[in-house]
Write a protein that binds this ligand. Structure first.
Ligand code: UGA
Length: 438
């Protein structure tokens, strides 16, 4: 059973507090005008104090494009004694030999599962997430509520906000950073390319810049992607295979991330481990992924596009269940060696690793649909389509022997079992049709 399966999946129903609304008739006596003027000044003063107090509410010096600012750099508020207390309490190590981890993208799919697992074993965990609207933010809020119940606080902010990152390191001496914040999705990269550069390149650099300059430097584990194998045809994909033919901008930004990791390891002695995730699925998953929106659309009676390659070639993925991925992430954190530098200076060679985390048994997308049909007891309206030229590759298949050897990684959940858990979660979260994923 998933470690967060047993937590009620219904999103918190937020009751809006109705403010006491009392109607007064204003009588325009001179005393009332004086009072009104007095209170107006007080109110104005409060607004000014509010704006000058918090550093994060000042306009960002990087001035992102309007689309990015809408999606991620909203006026997040942070700072203040209550906020710092929450940060400290969430990051506090509660077990012997525990670690203290900053999890970026903590309200994301993998981030939520990893944060919950770390907290459960007594590690200190602080989340960071910008709650952007790439997909329904209410799902991210529900994940946040779930984590809050386990004692994980998610700071609302962007990884590009270096002042915020520095502040977090001022408050907590993180031993590790689990960097999962990213712009995910292969096909969306053609719609919004700059969001990939913003999160997966600029955001990664800002995280590494802060990590290299703090003392002690944390060890960093971060999410790369199976998509870096791109047009590689040698199967199963091994870490030694070529990754210089990305098929999407998403893949190119993850590949760039791996090169950037090399640079920060080389110059600053940061301990860096990149994990190439293979199509991760499961409860609390991402609605932009095929298994998720296929479920929604099958239940709605809508047709689902199933891609096939040229000459009716099968499109397949090495679908990997989220609990297996979580085990891989925790093992990567536990085996990460310390960074060697301090205060921006390298003191010696540091660890640099890359691992495949897959299931190592690819399944055709049409078989995924058959499993969903059986679990949902609804026949899908299949629309077979030619694999569009928008970044998708025909198949993925992980060779996991390196992760097996170094991390003790051993996936145990097959697609049928994992999807059963997903469908159970989906139905309890959204209901069987009335309320459905957007
Ligand atoms: O392994 C990875 O690195 C990547 O896995 C997924 O990317 P993808 O495998 O493309 O996952 P889906 O978008 O859920 O697609 C799964 C399969 O369904 C197929 N598909 C997708 C959409 C659709 O309408 N029809 C369809 O047949 C795709 O071609 C693919 O073979 C994630 O979305 C990426 O963020 C992640 O980095």
């Amino acid at each position: 059973m998933s470690h967060i399966d047993n937590i009620p999946s219904t999103p918190g129903k937020f009751k809006m507090d109705k403010s006491p609304y009392i109607h007064h008739r204003l009588r325009w006596h001179s005393s009332s005008i004086a009072k009104l003027t007095f209170w107006s000044f007080i109110f104005l003063g409060l607004i000014l104090v509010f704006f000058f107090r918090s550093p994060s509410t000042a306009p960002s010096s990087t001035s992102p494009s309007s689309d990015l600012s809408r999606r991620s750099l909203r006026t997040n508020s942070w700072g203040g004694p209550t906020w710092e207390k929450r940060v400290k309490s969430s990051a506090k190590i509660r077990s012997r030999n525990g670690i203290s981890v900053l999890v970026t993208g903590a309200a994301g799919f993998v981030g939520t599962h990893v944060s919950a697992a770390l907290k459960r074993r007594g590690d200190g965990v602080l989340g960071l997430d910008n709650f952007n609207d790439y997909y329904d933010p209410s799902l991210k809020r529900a994940r946040q509520a779930l984590l809050e119940r386990t004692g994980v606080f998610i700071v609302e902010g962007d990884i590009n906000d270096m002042a915020l990152l520095k502040k977090l390191f001022d408050i907590v001496q993180f031993t590790h950073v689990m960097h999962l914040a990213a712009q995910a999705g292969v096909r969306y990269a053609m719609e919004n390319p700059s969001s990939y550069v913003h999160s997966n390149i600029a955001g990664l650099v800002s995280v590494l810049e802060v990590c290299k300059s703090v003392n002690p430097q944390p060890a960093i584990v971060w999410a790369s992607s199976s998509s870096v194998y791109g047009l590689n045809t040698k199967v199963p994909f091994s870490e030694k295979d070529r990754t210089d033919q990305p098929a999407s901008l998403y893949a190119a930004t993850k590949k760039a991330g791996e090169e950037i990791a090399h640079t920060y390891n080389h110059i600053y002695g940061l301990s860096l481990t990149g994990l190439r995730f293979f199509t991760v699925y499961g409860p609390w998953g991402r609605p932009d992924m095929a298994y998720f929106f296929f479920t929604r659309d099958i239940l709605k009676g809508k047709s689902i596009p199933i891609f096939e390659a040229a000459n009716h070639g099968t499109v397949a993925r090495d679908f990997t269940y989220v609990d297996d991925i979580v085990k891989g992430c925790l093992a990567a954190l536990d085996t990460a060696e310390k960074s060697t530098g301090s205060g921006g200076k390298k003191k010696g060679a540091a660890q640099l690793r890359v691992f495949n985390l897959g299931n190592t048994s690819p399944v055709p997308v049409s078989d995924l649909v058959s499993i969903l049909e059986r679990l949902l007891k609804v026949k899908a309206k299949r629309l077979i389509m030619k694999l569009p030229r928008n970044g998708d590759v025909q198949f993925t298949h992980a060779n996991i022997s390196l992760a097996q050897r170094e991390l003790g990684y051993k996936p145990t959940t097959d697609l049928q079992t994992g999807l059963k858990k997903f469908v159970r979660w989906y139905l309890s979260y959204y209901g069987s049709g009335k309320k459905s994923a957007q």
